[in-house]
Design a protein around this ligand. Structure first.
Ligand code: NAI
Length: 460
């Protein structure tokens, strides 16, 4: 079996710290916590090496690796896709091979691999689609590598992954895979891995994951909770970004939730969670989490932050708990809006009671005369007479000169984004977080969700 000691190109300081094949018996009873303690020690050594090494540019400033001809590999891979699709089978073979070769790695993954497989499939499609754009691909992989630290993934695992992929490609192609196709796939994955390692290296000075204590838990609707969480260490983020949360009730299962406050007053972050079914993270966070419980948070992510220059009027369209993304943006706007600029908030809710954060809305409305708030109620008392959220937005303004921020159910985000694009708003001014689904969006911001995460209710 491959161990880190056999992995080519591995740096000396990685040799002594982690044996990825270790299990509880070989580690004298070491379980997941000890594994993460080992990783933290390894990170500290990598950081020390880095600080003592001569200065080098960060990944964002790093020039693209010109030697890699991604476009050529893209052609080879695309021409031979039939050999290894559907990816569902390839990915099943891949994880089988990975866990056969390195059983210890199984404990880094959730019990159910369903989401994981979906994410990897999306990641493969994303890689293949962007292989001719190395800069964009590198930026994506750098972000992914930073995020993967929370999962316990370390540089050495990428080569192990490539080896399992090679095995899976052959199993999928049933002996018909030539060396040209195999090598194109492996070069693609190693190119991505190099970006992820760079992202992980750049993030060495921050925790792989933040520990947070629940300080408040309010059930605002039978299926909707507002939680406040105080992190042990400062948690850097920009208003509009999201964090992946892991509950101790469902280890290794992470779900993204917007950080619903612009600033962490007294070190506390706010999250709004709608329960989407039984047994999942949203179920744990709404119905089975109490004050005093500890959650883990991945690094803040997402491209929904306000521009540095606020030179345009702003349109915000939010549906349901998508309000959690909208609220911090408005709070930040209230603090640094350019004189004369206006903002419009269209907030969709199933019923009037589902406007679950009415006091915060009322405060904003009172404080911000430049803000127009349009609640769009789906049914019952106060139901909108203008139709759906999308229709109401389309009817109530000329949005072509605005910058728009859209958050909510994936189908809503997709519908609003297309409608706004149809009304003349350029795609690069329609901002939204990644949307898992099969319908393409007008912008190209719909990159794959980070591994181990998916929006609650996402149609992966
Ligand atoms: N909790 C959080 O921090 C965040 C959650 N989200 C996502 O927002 C969604 C919120 O779910 P719920 O609160 O249950 O919202 P919901 O299902 O109650 O929908 C809220 C509103 O969105 C609109 N809408 C829903 N489906 C639509 C469709 N197919 N087309 C057009 N408009 C539609 C309607 O106006 C509806 O009243 C989830 O998918 C979640 O992943 C997004 C950002 C942050």
């Amino acid at each position: 079996m491959i161990t880190p000691n056999h992995v080519p190109g591995r740096r000396a300081h990685e040799e002594s710290t982690i044996d990825i094949n270790c299990d509880s018996s070989t580690r004298g009873g070491a379980k997941g916590d000890d594994y993460h303690a080992l990783l933290a020690r390894q990170d500290a050594m990598r950081l020390r090496d880095r600080l003592l090494a001569p200065a080098r540019p960060t990944s964002t400033a790093r020039p693209p690796r010109r030697a890699y001809d991604g476009a050529a590999d893209q052609q080879v891979i695309v021409r031979n896709l039939a050999l290894v699709t559907p990816f569902g089978d390839l990915i099943a073979h891949l994880y089988d091979a990975l866990f056969e070769q390195h059983p210890y790695l199984r404990q880094l993954f959730p019990d159910s691999m369903e989401f994981q497989r979906g994410h990897l499939e999306r990641a493969f499609w994303y890689l293949i689609e962007h292989l001719h754009e190395p800069e964009e691909l590198t930026a994506f992989c750098v972000r992914l590598g930073r995020d993967h630290r929370k999962l316990g993934v370390r540089p050495v695992h990428y080569e192990v992954f490539a080896s399992a992929l090679a095995e899976a490609l052959h199993r999928s192609a049933r002996g018909a895979l030539g060396p040209e196709v195999e090598q194109a796939w492996l070069r693609m994955v190693r190119f991505a891995a190099a970006g992820m390692v760079a992202g992980s290296d750049d993030a060495l000075a921050e925790p792989a994951a933040w520990s947070g204590t629940v300080t408040s838990h309010q059930l605002r609707r039978p299926d909707l909770a507002v939680l406040r969480v105080r992190t042990a260490e400062p948690y850097p983020y920009r208003p509009g970004q999201y964090a992946s949360l892991e509950s101790p009730l469902l280890q290794h299962t992470w779900r993204p939730y917007s950080i619903a406050c612009a600033w962490a007053a007294e070190g506390e972050l706010e999250f709004h969670v709608r329960r989407t079914g039984s047994g999942g993270v949203s179920d744990a966070l709404t119905l089975r989490t109490r004050v005093g419980d500890t959650l883990r948070l991945g690094p803040a992510q997402g491209a929904m932050a306000l521009d540095d220059e606020l030179s345009r009027d702003v349109l915000i369209v939010a549906g349901g708990t998508g309000w959690a993304t909208a609220r911090p943006l408005l709070e930040e706007l209230a603090a640094r809006r350019a004189p004369g600029r206006r903002a419009h908030l269209f907030l969709g809710a199933r019923t009037a009671e589902d406007l679950y954060d009415a006091p915060a809305l009322a405060r904003l409305e009172k404080r911000c005369p430049w803000l127009r708030i349009v609640p769009v109620i789906g049914e019952g008392p106060g139901a909108s007479v203008e139709g759906s959220l999308v229709e109401t937005v389309a009817r109530q303004g000329n949005w072509a000169d605005h910058v728009a921020y859209v958050s909510g159910p994936p189908a809503m985000v997709t519908a609003v984004a297309w409608r706004l694009a149809g009304l003349g708003l350029p795609a690069d001014r329609i901002r939204h977080d990644p949307v898992a689904g099969t319908v393409p969006l007008p912008s190209r911001a719909d990159a794959a969700w980070p591994a181990g995460s998916a929006p609650e209710g996402a149609q992966v």
